[in-house]
Design a protein. Structure first.
Length: 257
């Protein structure tokens, strides 16, 4: 039985006549061109990827897929994943509040505020805080943060040698606090752990742990904000009063994180 008019039969050759339109294949040159790669564009995409999927997913291969290119193309702009993560960190550090405070605010209060702003950003991204402890940021926003802290220490009368080492201590403390609190927020039984610690301190035997028993609940007292501010002020006082050891020739030390 012949097929109905207009129906194509599998494996049957189709004859074209002048009434059938011929669609030419689309040239690759006519397709929309991909945006050209740039370091700024790569970092912008990496930040967006981190916000959506987490820093662990920001790899050269995953980033290349998001940019519709090959991983090898990215190495022209970024040497490796560690440098990529450092660049992401520096991009976020642009949100740290570095504006000068009013004269009556006091230099030490500004230090507390700046470090609090820095810590708050890292708490939102615990993996980035962890990365900040092992990478060496060197972007303009990181340098602006270091410059602001150094200028505040100098304004407060802290000697330059102590400031040069002290700024490292301040940033290390703030980064560690951010990692601690940010990671706690991801732990489901965080509240249970804290309550278990509080109970252990309250029940500490005065014979074996007399000082713990005497201090009791005061060991865990205070809000996180109050404790953070006090810790920073303790560090500032210690930095100002503690002289640096004599510099040893040829010993560069670990330097800033």
């Amino acid at each position: 039985m012949p097929p109905p008019d207009g129906e194509l039969v599998r494996n049957e050759h189709v004859r074209y006549d002048d009434s059938m339109p011929i669609i030419a294949p689309r040239s690759r040159r006519e397709r929309p061109a991909k945006p050209s790669l740039s370091r700024d564009g790569i970092i912008e995409t990496a930040v967006a990827l981190m916000r959506e999927e987490g820093l662990e997913r920001v790899t050269m291969r995953r980033l290349a897929a998001a940019l519709d290119t090959g991983p090898s193309s990215l190495y022209v702009y970024v040497r490796n994943t560690a440098e990529l993560h450092a660049a992401v960190l520096d991009e976020l550090l642009g949100s740290v509040g570095l504006k000068a405070g009013v004269t009556s605010e006091g230099w030490d209060n500004v230090v507390v505020r700046v470090l609090g702003s820095y810590t708050g950003i890292l708490i939102e991204h615990p993996a980035l805080a962890r990365s900040a402890l092992v990478t060496r940021p060197s972007g303009p926003n990181y340098l602006a943060l270091v410059e602001r802290l150094l200028s505040l220490l100098r304004e407060g009368g802290v000697a330059d040698p102590q400031s040069a080492w002290g700024v490292d201590l301040l940033l290390l403390f703030a980064t560690s606090i951010a990692l601690e609190h940010g990671t706690r927020g991801l732990t489901l039984d965080d509240g249970e752990d804290e309550e278990a610690l509080a109970e252990a301190l309250r029940q500490a035997d005065a014979t074996g742990y007399p000082t713990i028993a005497a201090l009791g609940d005061d060991l865990l007292s205070g809000t996180p904000e109050a404790r953070f501010e006090w810790h920073v002020r303790v560090l500032l006082a210690g930095i100002a009063l503690t002289a640096r050891p004599a510099r040893e020739a040829g010993n560069a030390g670990p330097g800033l994180p």
